[in-house]
Write a protein that binds this ligand. Structure first.
Ligand code: NAD
Length: 323
């Protein structure tokens, strides 16, 4: 049988580098493209192209040879400290939309068989996420749209654009709305890190009895999905016929202070929490996995703590290596 070819856009990033490894283990020939190489160790890809997907010529070049599957993960993104301060809004919208416009257009033109687009839980309206104990993030609740960030608006636009290519040109799309994916080999100290990595770093660097700083009052809620589970969801979705956007996330909702407590338990450290002002995002958010389970039979299988244990160990080792 002919080896299937997959292109991972954003293959130098956190999810992209894990995805390339996963696709290799499943027997694919993999090409990655990114502005930069993977930060932690070599990529598993057969070919790694350094290129800017805002440039249409680069998009055509990376699609050469034809692909059974394209994974469009490249985006200008980061954690709350990057997305919610407002300072990067123009870049986030312009860079990510340009990449998506190019990749949809040229994937269609070059006859890509199937394309995956990574959207985000940030598309959900703020008005459904004001109560930290009762957020609503079922897929149909996306409209009337009112995301709380320009990052979310761009994701929503691009979802619609990929769906329009499906309707008008038959582009075979799959769209997932990721909810806080975490794990080893992700940003942990470059101001683009997300809450799990930031909390792991703060706890790992603290001495017994110290205080760690947590943004907000710590009662804001989120759920976090471990990278391997995310990839199971992505691969199940890709192998299905389901073209509408679905959540890929965990339903184990915790407050950020609870997340910090969990990490302290893992570390065996008794620390104080100092809640300070900071960029926050919505008050509460949790994945709703009813639709994805009903439509393609996927749901996460691990508890948050098991992924956090692995991530904590990895961040601890990074700190040791860098000290
Ligand atoms: P990441 O920032 O680690 O990876 C994105 C990659 O895209 C980076 O390596 C970056 O260099 C690359 N990129 C940016 N601009 C580019 C350009 N012009 N040309 C080529 N490459 C470019 O992020 P991630 O966590 O791996 O996320 C992957 C995708 O999933 C993103 O689209 C993100 O918005 C989405 N997502 C992630 C999460 C999460 O929790 N990690 C949640 C929701 C959605």
């Amino acid at each position: 049988m002919k080896q299937k070819r997959a292109l991972v856009c954003g293959g130098g990033g956190f999810i992209g580098c894990h995805l390339a490894k996963r696709l290799k283990s499943e027997g694919y020939w993999v090409r990655c493209v990114d502005l930069k190489h993977t930060e932690f160790g070599d990529s598993s890809a057969d070919e790694f192209i350094i290129g800017d997907l805002r440039d249409p010529i680069i998009c055509q070049k990376v699609l050469e040879g034809g692909f059974a599957e394209v994974y469009q993960l490249a985006a200008d993104m980061g954690g709350a400290g990057y997305i919610f301060t407002g300072e990067h809004d123009a870049d986030v919208m312009h860079n990510s939309a340009t990449i998506n416009l190019n990749m949809a257009y040229y994937s269609n033109l070059t006859g890509v068989e199937k394309i995956f687009y990574s959207s985000s839980a940030c598309i959900y309206p703020e008005y459904n996420q004001l109560d930290p104990d009762n957020p609503k993030c079922s897929e149909e609740s996306a409209y009337p749209a009112a995301p709380d960030s320009e990052y979310g608006w761009e994701k929503l636009f691009s979802e619609r654009m990929f769906l329009a290519f499906h309707r008008n040109h038959g582009l075979n799309v799959r769209i997932a709305r990721f909810h806080n994916i975490f794990g080893p080999e992700g940003s942990w100290n470059n101001s683009k890190e997300k809450a799990p990595a930031a909390v792991c770093r703060k706890v790992a660097m603290a001495n017994q009895g110290d205080a760690i700083e947590i943004w907000g009052d710590g009662k804001q809620t989120r759920s976090f999905l471990y990278i391997d589970e995310c990839l199971d969801g992505v691969r199940t979705l890709m192998n299905s016929d389901y073209i509408h956007p679905v959540n890929i996330g965990s339903e184990e909702m915790v407050s950020i202070n609870q997340l910090a407590q969990m990490v302290m338990e893992i570390a065996g450290k008794d620390l104080k929490i100092n809640n300070i002002p900071g960029p926050l995002g919505v008050r509460g958010r949790n994945s709703d996995n009813n639709l994805i389970f009903e439509s393609i039979g996927w749901k996460p299988t691990q508890v948050l703590r098991s992924g956090l244990e692995i991530t904590y160990k990895w961040i601890e080792s990074q700190i040791q290596m860098n000290s």
